[in-house]
Design a protein around this ligand. Structure first.
Ligand code: HEC
Length: 268
């Protein structure tokens, strides 16, 4: 009986939505899917919801299955980044690599509740629909730490793009190695908020590639030391060291240096 009731609720709430989600590839529309169509494949999924900082249950579809049905079995090679468009025009983008190694869902509703989250900080009620990107994170703490940056809500469109479409002159070259591409993600997460690359990035930041690539100005050991622990070289600096801010700093330094080296080959 409760199963039948659950099904009934799922169907009625999805009918009430009836929004369309647009899927694009490099800016061109590939498919538009009605949320009521998605709802037919939804399952109940429990995650740790970061706005409310509490566990929450959603009616949601496995995102990977959607990516496969929209972009084909080789969706993982069709682009490098997923650019989301939210109802208010906000456009966060998330590297595709995170979707390959973690499980995410498109949440469509909350069973028996309004599709909202109440923020823990200021008790604000945030409407999440038509789509909320959620992550399987009850055991996966690494993904839980990423929190806000990868949970867009009120999503109305998804675009599978290349790094260069979004990041222009900061993006690694087409021929850059996989390690250098991984390093680009480290640069974005750890450096881009304060630095420029080829004229783009933080407006007031020092450019790491222009006019002369910084990686060519120092010997490799002291360059690495600077990134890991800048205060050891210049105690008065305000730059935070990678070592102090990231427990996995050692793992990230090689890809980061590969990215900076590959960018140094041309200051475009
Ligand atoms: C919170 C801001 C901030 C972040 C984040 C940051 N830096 Fe810096 N960085 C600075 C500032 C400020 C300077 C100027 C240093 C000084 O003179 O004290 C600097 C200088 C540098 C220099 C030039 C040093 C020189 O003497 O020419 C390099 C290279 C550098 N940063 C690389 C990086 C890399 C790589 C990352 C990411 C892992 C990074 N920075 C993250 C603020 C930051």
């Amino acid at each position: 009986m409760s199963k039948i009731l659950g099904l009934f609720l799922a169907v009625t709430s999805s009918l009430a939505l009836g929004d369309k989600i647009t899927f694009k590839l490099g800016g061109k529309e590939v498919k538009s899917i009605d949320t009521s169509e998605l709802a037919q494949h939804a399952i109940q999924t429990k995650v740790f919801e970061h706005l409310s900082e509490a566990e929450a249950t959603y009616q949601a579809v496995t995102f990977r299955e959607i990516l496969e049905s929209v972009y084909g079995a080789h969706w993982g090679e069709a682009g490098e980044e997923l650019l989301f468009t939210c109802a208010d025009g906000y456009q966060p983008s998330i590297p595709l690599s995170i979707f390959k190694s973690n499980k995410s869902f498109l949440a469509l509703s909350k069973p028996g509740e309004e599709f909202k989250a109440i923020t823990i900080k200021d008790k604000k009620s945030i409407s999440l629909g038509p789509i909320y990107l959620i992550w399987e994170n009850l055991k996966n703490l690494e993904i839980r730490e990423k929190a806000g940056s990868i949970w867009p809500y009120q999503v109305v469109a998804v675009d599978l793009i290349k790094f260069k479409d979004r990041f222009g002159k900061m993006a690694p070259h087409e021929k850059a190695s996989p390690l250098a591409r991984e390093g680009f993600l480290v640069f974005r997460e750890k450096c881009m908020s304060c630095h420029k690359m080829n004229g783009e990035g933080a407006p007031a930041g020092i450019d790491l590639n222009r006019p002369v690539p910084k990686i060519q100005m120092y010997n490799p050991k002291s360059f690495e030391k600077w990134i890991m622990e800048p205060k050891a070289l210049r105690p008065e600096t305000s730059m935070p060291g990678l070592m102090a801010t990231d427990p996995k700093a050692a793992k990230h330094i090689t890809p980061l240096l590969k990215y900076l080296e590959s960018m140094a080959k041309s200051t475009r």
